[in-house]
Write a protein that binds this ligand. Structure first.
Ligand code: ATP
Ligand code: MG
Length: 448
């Protein structure tokens, strides 16, 4: 046998038994975006490397060690997108949709980072990204947080995640704080790890973001950015808090929250969970007022967030997800060659006649027993059986596959076991003409 070629480590297939959950989440997110009147934008998966270097920052984890960078056939340096914000801003500038306009945009899709694969951390992963341009107030920062809070509620996750907020101030106030922090860290150089020593020269704030347990105490004791904020940023932060209080969204102020990327200013926030081990950030965002200009556009205020979809799916309860699965209404069983021909055409006819009807046709003509097995596995509610007898008499046999399903004497449909127990004199199986079948299926679909 030829050697099997495997996928790339950390880049996963999403198999048919998982895609329903993805579809469910994606649908919910699209719905959420409609509720707030945000518009979708799509941009390429590959961009010039310079875009990410200039926006994310040369001395960030992403640019230093996580990007998939390669030369294309023209010798240009390209990178798979490690995140969406840079490309979204690039697209906005290039297409002239930011100048003197307000945009509320979202996108969804794969991102690529060469990290050490582990639970909740992959090399290809998926994000929902939301970015707003042209609005400066804390009101829009608050709307983004409202939106995410609503999403957790929609999924029953409101008690699984909690909100942390902070303000990074303006770049001017950050520069002052940077000196204070550098002095503090310099005085304790011997406690810094290798990464942090390097960052001390290039970007000391990033040290606060370190996950090294040995450095946590040092970080804990460090001077707080919050104590060095400029007045405008402080006011912005206070107003954001008032917006959150107004709708009862609880939060914790985490003064060490600096986020991993260079471009943030003022508001930053994260939704975190303790249910996913070390990979506990499900959604993260903030304001990036300087980025559009930094990438060659006209000065434009901006704020956004990104949500990690793998982590989100990992958070959802299996039971909740299973409820979302849509099984077929009908499984069509066909016995014998004649029935196979007639059955497939009948299934098509039923699809024409009954809007939204989901039919699974057992093709391939196997024995009744093995067709029944597949019917059970499909979790369909009803089997429609077509054999020689049925064909001769111009009828079909209709059989309830679930224990609580039966044909009630008055011809009504039992609603999902919520009513009385099935009594022994209510048959689970019945013969019908095609027209009766269509009427019956219409009721089944409505109930769904
Ligand atoms: P982390 O601190 O976990 O490395 P980050 O700060 O690098 O996260 P962001 O760049 O803010 O992450 O991305 C936003 C969200 O995307 C994260 O909160 C997380 O949910 C998700 N995410 C980031 N990197 C990965 C990854 N390698 N695999 C899966 N999800 C990821
Ligand atoms: Mg990271």
């Amino acid at each position: 046998m030829a050697e099997k070629i495997q996928s790339i480590r950390g880049m996963n297939d999403i198999l048919p038994d998982e895609t329903p959950y993805w579809q469910f989440i994606e649908e919910k997110l699209r719905h959420l975006m409609q509720l707030y009147n945000y518009d979708e934008i799509r941009f390429p998966i590959v961009e010039k490397t310079a875009l990410f270097k200039r926006s994310i920052g040369e001395v960030t984890d992403i640019v230093e060690k996580e990007m998939y960078t390669f030369e294309d056939r023209n010798g240009d340096s390209l990178s798979l997108r490690p995140e969406g914000t840079a490309a979204c801003v690039r697209a906005g500038i290039q297409n002239g949709i930011l100048v003197n306009q307000q945009q509320r945009l979202w996108y969804m899709g794969p991102m690529f980072r060469h990290e050490r694969p582990q639970k909740g951390r992959y090399r290809q992963f998926h994000q929902l990204g939301v970015e707003v341009f042209g609005l400066e107030g804390p009101d829009i920062d608050a709307e983004l947080i409202y939106m995410t809070a609503r999403f957790w509620k929609m999924l029953g996750l409101e008690n699984s995640v909690s909100l942390q907020i902070n303000s990074l101030g303006t770049s001017e106030s950050r520069a002052i704080y940077r000196d204070v922090l550098t002095d503090y860290l310099n005085a304790q150089r011997e406690l810094l790890d290798e990464d942090s020593l390097r960052r001390l020269e290039t970007n000391p704030l990033r040290i606060l973001d370190s996950k090294n347990p040995q450095m946590q105490e040092l970080i804990e004791q460090a001077p707080r950015l919050m104590d060095h904020l400029d007045d405008a940023s402080l006011k912005h932060f206070e107003r954001l808090r008032a917006y959150l209080d107004a709708v009862g969204i609880k939060y914790e102020i985490n003064t060490r929250l600096v986020r991993g990327l260079d471009y943030y200013s003022k508001t930053v926030f994260e939704w975190v969970t303790d249910r996913l081990g070390a990979q506990g950030t499900v959604c993260a965002g903030g304001r990036f007022d300087g980025l559009v200009k930094q990438l060659g556009g006209r000065d434009t205020r901006a704020v956004g967030f990104a949500m990690g979809m793998e982590r989100l799916i990992a958070l959802l309860e299996q039971d909740e997800l299973d409820k979302q699965l849509k099984h077929p209404h009908v499984v069509m069983l066909m016995m014998g060659e004649h029935a196979q021909n007639a059955g497939l055409a009948l299934a098509e006819h039923l699809r024409n006649e009954v809007d939204k009807l989901r039919i699974f046709s057992v093709c391939g003509g196997s024995s009744f027993k093995s067709q029944m097995k597949r019917a059970d596995k499909s979790q369909a509610e009803i089997a429609v059986i077509l054999g020689d007898d049925e064909l001769d008499n111009d009828v079909v046999t209709v059989k309830y596959l679930r224990a609580d399903g039966s044909f009630q004497a008055d011809g009504s449909i039992r609603a999902d076991g919520s009513q009385t127990e099935r009594s022994d004199n209510e048959p689970q199986q019945k013969q019908m003409t095609q027209q009766q079948l269509i009427e019956f299926l219409k009721k089944i679909v409505v109930k769904d």
